[in-house]
Write a protein that binds this ligand. Sequence first.
Ligand code: GLC
Length: 548
Amino acid sequence: MGDRWYSEAVVYCLDIDTFADSDGDGVGDIQGLIGRLDYLARLGVTCLWLHPIHPSPNRDDGYDATDFYNVDPRFGTLGDFAELLHQARNRGIRVIIDLVVNHTSDEHPWFQSARSSPDSPYRDWYVWSAEEPPDRRQGMVFPGEQRETWSYDRTARAWYYHRFYRFQPDLNMANPAVRAEVKKIMSFWLQLGVSGFRMDAVPFIIELTEPGNANSPKDLDLLTEFRQHVQWRRGDAILLAEANVEPDQLPVYFGDGGGSANRLHMLFDFMLNGRLMLALARQDPEPVIEALRDTPALPVGAQWATFLRNHDEIDLSRLTAEQRNQVYAQFGPDEDMRIYDRGIRRRLAPMLGNDRRRIEMAYALQFSLRGTPVLRYGEEIGMGEDLSLPGRQAIRTPMQWSFKENAGFSTAPPDKLVRPVIDKGEYGYQTVNVTAQRRDPRSLLAWFERMIRTLREAPEIGSGSTTHIDVPMPPGVLAHRADGPTGTMVFLHNLGTEDVEVDLSLLQPEADQPIDVLSDRGYGDVGKLERLQLAGYGYRWIRLRRGC
Ligand code: GLC
């Protein structure tokens, strides 16, 4: 593995509270996670991204912290966390944590002090307006659940700004004391041994909010400052950011244009995510080809993070209304599968009709595209969602470990669980669980293990360049290649249902004993690449050439 470990990583994200409960109180905890590290190591995960771990009233699943220097007592202690880092490192697994510093909980002592008096030393840590801002009903992130972005606080006798829910007051990044505090928070966790941060809501962190100005200026240099700080404290630490902005605005999040990335190391590729969903819905690779083509060139050292599902809704807001409706029609036909007028609150397996071939093809495609793949817990066994739960909780149900009560997640009485386990139907834990799949070499879990092992043997996928192979293809088929110093991989993915034959003989001159390294079935020899069979929803990863 090269210096840039994040280019060749496999990231797995999870919420400690729904992963594994070691003490039977119904809430997952750090010890529970430690007990499952071998499972993650076997799967091939090299980096864990933990959703917020701090004490929190949990009105937004921990994205509302009351103390950035501690872990939620429901999860354990700081001592447990240090042990987790040690045990993970022993298995070659790094840990990054969510850094949610756009806002705090309104119960955070800083906000309590800030609201209590204009003379509080924390008053200027938040964003206030004495008058009612004219744009107070603009810019909501959670339409339907949030009515305004400025709320009046009677104790403070002033309006405060909150880009997200009203219980999440925004910190004032224009205040040097706040910036210094954020750096201190980063230092603290780096010192404990985390390998970096998933930075929440970056476009809003850098916004220097002015009441009445819906287009407040953004201070991108703040990202340079954070990057410098992180890198001085720990040379190999990374910043992986959530910045769901228009594609042409993305490059400045990576760097200031000076050649190499001097701001964020990685960004989630939201644009690709939306286009992938459209491509799957239409059974047509064109949107992915467009995404590959439209991807802005990245500065040296910058990297995408790809995903099919994360802990939030699938955000389709960057598609046109017509495209969005096509995705809805296929993957979110019922009103209660949709959320915030822009997305879908479902897991991938049910969206794809629990069609095993299609699920494999979709994940093989994600993992073979440029960037570092991020996998959400439970996807590796094909978990479903629980639409009876409100909002995004539908996709945040406990991990399904076994046939035991509560899916082996916890020994607490079912009514004491942090969230109910899925215990009915096709996706109930009686059918979908780790134990069952571990015993079965043909299971989805076994497939993920194999696929990830194959990926690790082809580092050009993560750190090389990815291009569309632009030759005539049967409808539904995407051909692309990854090139790097380690060689060349060629990929075929059939998004459609028809069996087809593909001619890639133009690649023959480059080939050096080409061979299938991963495929949905045994296809026989690749021959001269001129008559490659490909089943409906099939895929083939072919090693074309080995490099140095
Ligand atoms: C990010 C998180 C989301 C959270 C929000 C507010 O978008 O992904 O889960 O609700 O920030 O912190």
